[in-house]
Design a protein around this ligand. Structure first.
Ligand code: HEM
Length: 532
């Protein structure tokens, strides 16, 4: 019946004999696909059956099948769309093409949140979580990112001799510390991976990392079971991580409540905004708050509050951290881009110490570090496709000039990575990492054609942390390249060109667990030296 439904649309169809959303399949598929590929070579099944297929394919599937095609599985029909006008239409018609919340249920571990509730409740959650993402917060993000980056540089310079640094682990630490300081008012010292420390953030970070790395598994086995003594030790470790993370969040809340009662809470902290929402929920207005006899829900419940704190941690942590890691790896492989970035950073800031960099005047002038970020998330977006669901009945959609009717229940997928890498929009060098493409001949930042670039999503449900992540990224990259250069440490007998290739291969060996990330970034050996 899925096939019959897909056929009505009249676009090319690829059929898979297994649902790509089958949770067991999600877990076992990397090994199974690798085996089938080795025995029988590439087929539609090996191309589209794995969870990394968007990354492996880039724009190839749309170049082969056109701007629209359908992937039909026993569970779902996925309608892949790479037509910019249709994509804009999908994002704008937010009640026709809604977020399929069933795909985000793994984010419900601690309670419902903005990513996991339906359209009506989403508005209530979004109002609360989006308010503190303002220029006041961005200012804090800037200051804290500069502080963290300067500590990271100190630690990295000390590891220069061996070149051993956990690149992705360290950018993760940095991103988490920035989040803790700006979101929750806790400023922690940066410690590079491998340096012993046992501060509060260490155990919190460890717990969050375990949760992030095992989120898919936790969908299969709920945390309650994972905490049982009857399950293997490795499972118990995941269970304990969820337990300690929850305890940490509760502690944060208690402390924040105390500060509010003492009149000392930071008004810009995300938690402060969430706490106000909790108060509103606990003190509903007596009159005029009912619709057709049902009380109107206002603010957030305790569980929703915990759910949203987790969401912000989850969404704001590895996204920026992995983008920084991808960017540093590419910069290490491209000395000319480092020089290009450094030229602007030194032109704007000279040798001024980062404590004196003023957010309002400096950030807007650092276009090249921002171009590095834009280019990195063009090719390595944390989320590679943004499915939408036609839940409220069939919807008409115009693609390539003709209108089709998409039946209810079909997932419509704006093909994010495919359109980011499509030669029609990005030229023959679309697959090349080339930050200079973002700056035009007059030194102005390029605005891509509508519907061809949306790493932070588009429309009402776009990313509220977009500017937060940009401010953090630019602060870190500018700090690094104001005075340093990075190079790969050469293996014995290896030329610089071979080392460069090796780094780029590491980036291409990324996989999509929950977000896109490199599998072996922490094996990379980089050496940081003072620029002349
Ligand atoms: C490179 C950095 C980032 C990228 C590429 C990114 C991308 C995205 C995307 C594509 C979505 C939308 C998902 C959808 O439509 O279903 C999203 C949602 C979200 N992001 Fe980000 N993000 C980044 C950083 C951040 C940061 C730093 C924060 C917070 C500190 C954050 C908080 C959120 C939240 C709370 C949502 C859910 C919004 C909602 O459902 O209303 N993100 N992000």
């Amino acid at each position: 019946s899925n096939y019959a439904q897909a056929q009505k649309l009249g676009f090319p169809i690829v059929v898979l004999p297994i649902s790509t959303m089958n949770i067991l399949w999600i877990i076992v598929q990397p090994a199974v696909i690798a085996l089938i590929e080795r025995l029988h070579g590439t087929s539609h099944f090996t191309r589209f059956g794995g969870r990394d297929w968007h990354f492996r394919e880039k724009a190839r599937h749309h170049l082969e099948f056109g701007d629209a095609w359908l992937l039909v599985t026993p569970g779902q029909v996925w309608f892949q769309v790479a037509d910019p006008d249709a994509i804009i239409d999908i994002f704008q018609r937010r009640t026709h093409f809604t977020r399929p919340i069933e795909l985000y249920q793994l984010l419900n571990v601690f309670g419902h949140n903005a990513a996991t509730v339906g359209w009506v409740d989403w508005k209530r959650h979004r109002k609360v979580i989006a308010a503190p993402f303002n220029e006041g917060t961005n200012h804090l993000v800037w200051t804290e990112s500069l502080k963290q980056a300067s500590d990271m540089i100190r630690d990295w310079k000390q590891t220069r001799a061996s070149g051993k640094l956990g690149l992705q682990k360290d950018t993760r630490t940095l991103a988490l510390n920035v989040l803790a300081a700006t979101g929750f008012g806790r400023s922690y010292k940066f410690h590079a991976s491998g340096r012993p420390h046992d501060d509060e953030i260490g155990s919190y970070r460890e717990a969050l990392s375990i949760i992030m790395d095992n989120a898919l598994f936790m969908m299969l086995v709920p945390p309650k079971i994972l905490c049982s003594r009857l399950v293997p030790k490795s499972w118990q470790k995941i269970g304990h991580a969820t337990h300690s993370f929850k305890r940490y969040m509760m502690d944060l809340l208690e402390q924040e409540k105390r500060l509010v009662s003492e009149g000392k809470a930071g008004a810009n902290h995300l938690t402060a905004g969430l706490l106000r929402a909790l108060e509103i929920h606990s003190n509903p207005k007596p009159n005029g708050t009912e619709i057709r006899g049902d009380p109107v829900v206002r603010g957030l419940t305790v569980n929703e509050l915990l759910g949203n704190i987790f969401l912000i941690n989850f969404a704001g942590h590895d996204t920026t951290a992995n983008t920084l890691a991808f960017a540093i790896l590419h910069l290490a492989a491209n000395l000319h881009v480092q020089n290009w970035v450094a030229e602007e950073v030194r032109g704007v800031l000279g040798e001024k110490p980062s404590e004196d960099w003023e957010y309002e005047s400096v950030f807007p002038r650092l276009k090249r570090p921002l171009a590095v970020m834009y280019e990195t998330v063009r090719l390595f977006p944390p989320i590679m496709a943004l499915p939408k669901y036609t839940s409220g009945g069939s919807q008409d959609l115009t693609i390539g000039g003709s209108t089709v009717t998409v039946s209810s229940g079909i997932y419509v997928v704006p093909s994010l990575l495919a359109i980011h890498t499509h030669p029609r929009h990005w030229g023959d060098d679309a697959l090349e990492w080339k930050p200079s493409r973002w700056i035009d001949a007059d030194g102005e930042f390029l605005v891509p054609a509508r519907g061809t670039y949306f790493p932070w999503s588009e429309g009402a449900q776009n990313c509220p942390g977009r500017k937060f992540s940009q401010v953090e990224f630019v602060a870190v990259v500018a700090s690094l390249f104001q005075s340093l250069l990075v190079r790969p440490v050469l293996a014995e007998g290896e030329s610089m060109e071979q080392a460069r290739k090796r780094l780029l291969e590491i980036a291409e060996k990324s996989s999509h667990g929950v977000l896109l990330r490199m599998k072996n970034a922490d094996d990379v050996r980089l050496s940081w030296v003072l620029a002349e």
